[in-house]
Structure formats: C-alpha cells, structure tokens
Design a protein around this ligand. Sequence first.
Ligand code: FPP
Length: 286
Amino acid sequence: MRTMSGKSLFKSGSLEAALWAQIDPAAMPRHIAIIMDGNGRWARQRGQPRVAGHRAGVKAAREVVESCARICLPVLTLFAFSLDNWKRPPQEVDFLMKLLRQYVRRDLDYMRRNNVRLRVIGRWQELPAAVRADVARAVEETAANTGLQVVVALNYSARAELVDAVAALLREARHNGLSHVDEAELAAHLYAADLPDPDLLIRTSGEMRLSNFLLWQLAYSEIWVTETLWPDFSTAHLLQAILDFQQRERRYGGLSPAAERARRSPGVTATGGGRARSPRGALLPR
Ligand code: FPP
C-alpha cells in the first residue's frame, strides 16, 4: 500500500487494501457527495425502530469520514437532513436532531486531531437553537483546519439554495448595481461557493433519484448507486465507488478523446475510450 511514508493505509491482505492498490492516486475525485439512504429499511429488516437505523447510520458516516481523511480526499458532502424531512413524525425529527448534536460534539475531538474542517450548507440557521449552537461551535473550532472538508447538508434543499442565490443576486442588483448574471455569478452565490463541484455522487439503497440534492453542482458528476443500505456502507464500498469512477470517461458534453482524435485525423479509425480500460473489476457485490 502506497503512502508518502511507505506505511500501509489499510490492513495488509484486507479487501480495502486490495481495492486501494487498484486506485490511481493521480485520478482521485476532489469532491465526493453522498445521499445516505436506507436507514429506515435497515432497521425494519431487523425488526427495530427507524431510529435504530439512524443510529447505525451515524456509525457508517463516521467510518466514511475517517476513511476519506485517511485517503486525503479534499471534500466530502453528506446529505444529513433535508428541508423535506420535516414531513417525518416529530419523534423521528427530534431523534435526528439529537443524533446530529451528538455527532458534532463527540467527533469534534477527532476532527481537531485529524485536521478535518466541518462545514454546513442549507438553511441550518432555522434549526432549533441547541442544534445551531453545537453545529456552530464545531464549524468555528475547525475553521482553520486544512485537511478533509466535511460538508454536512442540514435543512438543505437544492431548490431552496438556488432561490437563496437568486435572492442574493437581486439584493446586489438593488444595492450594488449588479446588472448582468452568468453561470459564474450564480455559482458564486451558492452556499459553499469556493468548493469544487462533486466529481462523484454516491447514493445508497438502490434509489435512482437526486432528491433535491446539489442540483446545480451535480450537473457533470458521475453517479454511483449501490443497493447497500446506508448503515451497511463501509470503506470497501467507498473505495469500490472511487475505482469505478476512475473507469468512467467524463466528456462534459464534448467528444471522447478517441472520437476527437478521429475527427482531427479522419483517416484513423476511432477505437476505445479516452482512458485505457484495464481489467480492474468490481470486487464488491453491488
Ligand atoms: C435516510 O434514511 C437517511 C436520513 C434521513 C439522513 C440521516 C442520516 C444519518 C442519521 C447519518 C448521520 C449523518 C451525519 C453527518 C452524522 P431513511 O430514513 O430515508 O431510510 P428509508 O428510505 O429506508 O426509510
């Protein structure tokens, strides 16, 4: 296993080590976003209340954060609570708020020690005061950290984010004479405008939906869906998703490099994609 120090990142002989050995460190995603779905179904399968699924979901989130820090991923965004989640029974919402408070309190020490910066996107200022206070403390106390940025989407809705961006633009038009809007101007008014767009979106539990998550930022992201329910999601799934991501050819609406070469030299037949397809295969059932 390769690290700068030559030390192993994952236990020798483990599935994680085998997956990591196949990952190209020069083609790592800069930003991974995750829709953590399936906590309720995980609990139901075990005859447990939904909240048990959420508790197990926090453990899975913790493992993924730690693994992302270990592999030096720059940005991880987790969809923790959507504006639409208020439609759930009040007891479940209260429990989710309690779990979030516990997470930011208990894991603050880990974040400090591991140079992790916590950020929040969404209308989180509208959350109960105690939640706001705990979240704000963790955000402030990790603000100077320069390693992994963990962005928690809290009370988040992508449509609300776009509405908030347009409202901010209108204010600037009124007060500062802004008279022209282009993509860069709108993107500059999103909640975390300095971050790169996600390269990879992971969704668990097999659902094929974006669920009002980062609609602007996901325009060109690669999507990886697993049937695995969120509480069962592990480091091995994360590494498999990165490995599969590295097999994708991202064209951003243009041509593949092979097709582009063929266009420039019409006598040459286009074969294959831009990146050589290696025999690297899936090691995990998906
Ligand atoms: C979806 O499962 C999950 C959520 C509503 C988000 C809750 C996420 C966690 C508790 C993970 C913790 C995250 C952090 C950052 C601490 P669901 O209830 O929709 O599952 P279902 O579709 O099977 O009912």
